[in-house]
Each structure stands twice: as C-alpha cells, then as structure tokens.
Design a binder for this molecule. Structure first.
Ligand code: ADP
Length: 446
C-alpha cells in the first residue's frame, strides 16, 4: 500500500519533470524557427517554403506555419505516416503570444505542441512526440511491477520481526507471571535487557524493571515474615514449656490447696509474661520485616525526653537514682516520627539505665542535633557492659550473665533497635565496664 502510493507519486513527478523538459526544448525551437520565419524571404504568406529550404529533414519535431485563417503555409512532420489534420491544429491557434496543447496523433503518441504568433497573423507551432517520455514512464512502471512483490514481502517480514521484538518484554512478563502463579516461587524475574541491545520502546523495559522490583520487594517481605514467625515460635517455646512443666508437676504431686493456689498464681504470672513477651516479639518482627505502619507526626524530641523523665521520676527516686535532662535549653529539635513508639523506645533505655544504676547514681538524658541527625542519648552510672557482650545485647532474649539477677526478658534493646531502624535511624551503645553505659539514638530530623 505504502509502496503503491510512493510509486504513483514518483510517476506523477517524473511525468511532470519530463513535460517541463519537453516544453523547454519546444520553447527553444519556437525561438529558433520564429527567427527563420520572420526572415524577409518567408514574410510573404503565399511564398512556397519547403523543408529543404529550411533544412530540417532530420529534426524529430513537428513544425507547422499557418496563416491568420489557419490555413497551413508550411508543415513538417518528423516521420512519414503521421498525420495531423488542420482542424485539430486549429483548436490551438489563438491570438495570444504562446499557447500549449496536447494532441493525440495517429501513431498513438501524445504530442506536446507549443504555438507562437508571428507577424501578419501567422501562427507557428512546434510539436514534440511523447515517445521518449513514454520510455521513462514504462521503465518506471516495470520497476514498480518487478520490485513490488519482493519489497512487499521484505516489508511484511521486517514489520513481523519488529513487532515480535517489540512485544518480547510483554511475553517475558506474562511467562514470568505464570511461573510465579504456578509455583508460588517469588524468585522468578523477567529478563531485563541491557542498554546495548535495547532497540524497542523504553516503556516496556521500564515495565519489566518495575515488575522485577515489585517481586523482589514481595520476596524480601515474605522471607522476613517467615523468619520472624520462626523466631517468635522459637522464642515462645521455652516459656511455654516452663509453664506446662509447672502445671504438670503440680498435678503429679499430691499438694494441698494452698500450694496448689500458689502454683496457679505462678502459672498466671508466667502467662502474663508470655502475653507481654508475645506482644513485644510481634512488634519487633513487624518493625524488622518492614511491615510496621509508623504513625508519623511532627514533634519535638525534647518533649519526649521530658515526658519519659517525668514518668520514671518516682521509680528512680524509689531506687535512690536521679533522672534529669542535661541540656533543657537545646531540646527544641523537631522530628517526624511515630511519637508513641519512639517514646516507648526511649522509656526502655531509661528503664534499663535505672535498673542497672546503683543507688546514689544518676541517669542523664541529652537531646541535640549532630550533623544531619537528631540525637537523643541516655547515659547511666551503672556497671557498664563487657566488651564481649556489647555486640550481643541487641539480640532477642540475650541477657548478659551479670544481669541474670535483674528482672527482664532480654527483649527491650531488640525492640528499641527495631523501632529506631524502622524510622531510618541508628542506635549505638558506648560502654566500658565499671564506667556506666551510654545509648545514642539517631534519627533523621523533620
Ligand atoms: P533486659 O530485659 O535483660 O534488660 P535488654 O534487651 O533491655 O534486656 O538488655 C539486654 C542486655 O543488655 C541486658 O541483659 C544487660 O546485660 C545489657 N544492658 C542493657 N542496658 C544496660 C545498661 N544500661 N547497663 C548495663 N547493661 C545493660
């Protein structure tokens, strides 16, 4: 279809160009013959003029001179047998300076004829056959006829190939989706094309990359959730076994009512511990796997420090420990975070600090901006943390040997770290045995 239009256009343009070229040649001839016929020897309308007088035997042009009444005074036809009748030539005879017409001769060729008015109303016409331009047009037609089928085939093959290539990412995508749907394995990825062999739409490549990113994210999430489920199950097994053991022992032994009541109270306490442990474990898992929904609001970090200090004031006092904020004037540092959860994290640190600080010691909070981060620090005057314990305190249920006597589940610091990480922050513990401990939370400011 496209080729047909191109060839038709080409044919029109070539035909027009040939016609223009013919007219130029005829124009030149008209000028040449005008000079000849305006010669005084040819002025007389009745003068007998022969081709020999003009020496135009071999010219391939039609030359005709007529008088004002369109009677032929002189005519030369390039080949014998070609006839133009005066009547048809008359049609073009006009008074204007130059006129053009096309006539069909009995040789089945079209003739382009130009005319010009000479003196005494005579009219000179020069004609040229379309023979040579017919050759060009025929050549063009042959070119179309012979080249069209192979070109069409080539076009079809080419467009088929390009379409297949362009749709390749879509096929890859649906194949991958089907594989994931069938096996449930999120490890499948759409092959991503590199820039070097990218020849088709970038949008499709973007789609593949986007899909891969999405699947990768889902895979990470599912893995993290599976791991945290394993962890929770593992962490609950020991206290549950203990709970069961206490109950079993009480049943096998022959106990009086009072002892039985005490055992039940133990079980109740253990069950409460389990409930709170489960809640904390779930919180940690949520924060660590990235599914925790943080309710971010804008608030001042100093306000949180003040509230925690206030909350623990009495507990600390009861232990003979002081809790204070070291830099109350520099506390107006705003952050965008989950206030409740951040509060619980700081409270956990202060709780630990009071727990491990002996009577007469001090717990100090500091809020400040360091570089691009908002910092909150809790330091104490407790026993500090051993070098070998330092990297392990963040683990779930890890409790340093020294702390076995103090109450606790060993989940506090894991929870604090998970919350801080969920906020895109960091936490650091700095401690030397015997010199107290310092915990620093850093989160991006608002
Ligand atoms: P726990 O319930 O045992 O306090 P955490 O996760 O809060 O559990 O802490 C883990 C361990 O880190 C504690 O058992 C203790 O050994 C150590 N630790 C935490 N905070 C302090 C501190 N302020 N001073 C000394 N040791 C600490």
């Amino acid at each position: 279809m496209g080729f047909g239009v191109i060839y038709a256009l080409m044919a029109v343009v070539v035909a027009y160009a040939v016609e223009q070229a013919d007219r130029q040649i005829i124009n030149a001839k008209l000028e040449e013959y005008r000079v000849r016929f305006e010669h005084p020897a040819f002025r007389d309308p009745w003068a007998t003029i022969s081709p020999s007088m003009l020496r135009i035997e071999d010219e391939p042009f039609l030359v005709r001179l007529s008088d004002a009444n369109n009677r032929t005074l002189f005519s030369h036809v390039p080949r014998s047998g070609i006839m133009f009748d005066d009547a048809s030539m008359e049609v073009v005879a006009g008074a204007h300076d130059r006129s053009w017409t096309r006539l069909r001769a009995n040789d089945d060729r079209t003739w382009t004829i130009g005319g010009v008015v000479l003196s005494a109303g005579r009219y000179l016409q020069i004609g040229m056959s379309s023979a040579h331009s017919d050759v060009i047009v025929r050549w063009l037609k042959d070119a179309v006829v012979f080249s069209f089928p192979p070109l069409l085939l080539l076009g079809l093959l080419g467009s088929g190939y390009l379409t297949r290539r362009a749709l390749l990412p879509i096929r890859d995508l649906s194949r991958t989706m089907r594989a994931i749907e069938a096996s449930g394995d999120l490890a499948a990825r759409v092959p991503e094309r590199t820039t070097a062999d990218r020849t088709t739409g970038d949008d499709l490549d973007d789609l593949s990359r986007l899909f891969n990113r999405l699947v990768a994210k889902q895979e990470r999430l599912v893995t993290a959730m599976r791991e945290s489920l394993d962890n929770v199950a593992h962490d609950l097994r020991t206290p549950l076994t203990r709970l069961r053991g206490v109950a079993e022992l009480a049943l096998t032994e022959d106990r009086d009512g009072q002892t039985m009541r005490e055992t039940l109270a133990d079980c109740l306490e253990e069950a409460d511990r389990l409930t709170s442990m489960l809640a904390t474990l779930m919180d940690i898992s949520e924060a660590e796997s990235g599914v925790m929904k943080l309710e971010r609001t804008r608030f001042e970090l100093g306000a949180v420090a003040e509230e925690v200090t206030e909350l623990y004031h009495y507990v600390a006092e009861g232990k003979g420990v002081s809790v204070s904020i070291a830099t109350p004037s520099a506390t107006n540092i705003a952050v965008r975070a989950d206030r409740t959860r951040l509060f619980r994290a700081v409270a956990n640190l202060v709780d630990n600090a009071i727990k491990y600080t002996p009577s007469g010691g001090a717990v100090t909070l500091k809020v400040r901006q360091v570089g691009a981060m908002a910092e909150i620090e809790v330091s104490d005057e407790g026993p500090g943390i051993d070098v070998e314990d330092l990297p392990r305190i963040w683990e779930r249920l890890y409790r340093a040997d020294k702390s076995r006597t103090a109450q606790g589940l060993g989940l506090g610091l894991s929870f604090v770290r998970a919350i801080v990480m969920a906020h895109g922050g960091t936490i650091e513990a700095i401690s030397k045995p015997g010199q107290g401990a310092r915990f620093v939370i850093r989160i991006p400011p608002a």
